[in-house]
Design a protein around this ligand. Structure first.
Ligand SMILES: [Cu+2]
Length: 68
């Protein structure tokens, strides 16, 4: 399955790296692609839980606008 997470607050490649690393720690996540331009993260994996994905991004210091 794939989730697209809209994220507010990323301003540079360091932010991209922080969000990528945070999402990689989430249960079931196999692949993470964060885009600074699109302000989102495309996550692939199994049994992905929206709340866990949101929590990981917020814990890294960024805001989740929505998850599709
Ligand atoms: Cu940054």
């Amino acid at each position: 399955m794939e989730k697209i997470i809209s994220i507010e607050g990323m301003s540079c490649e360091h932010c991209v790296k922080a969000v990528t690393n945070a999402l990689k720690e989430v249960e079931g996540v196999e692949e993470v692609k964060v885009s600074l331009e699109e302000k989102n993260a495309v996550v692939k994996g199994n049994n992905l839980d929206d709340e866990k994905l949101k929590g990981a991004v917020e814990e890294a210091g960024y805001d989740v606008v929505n998850i599709k």
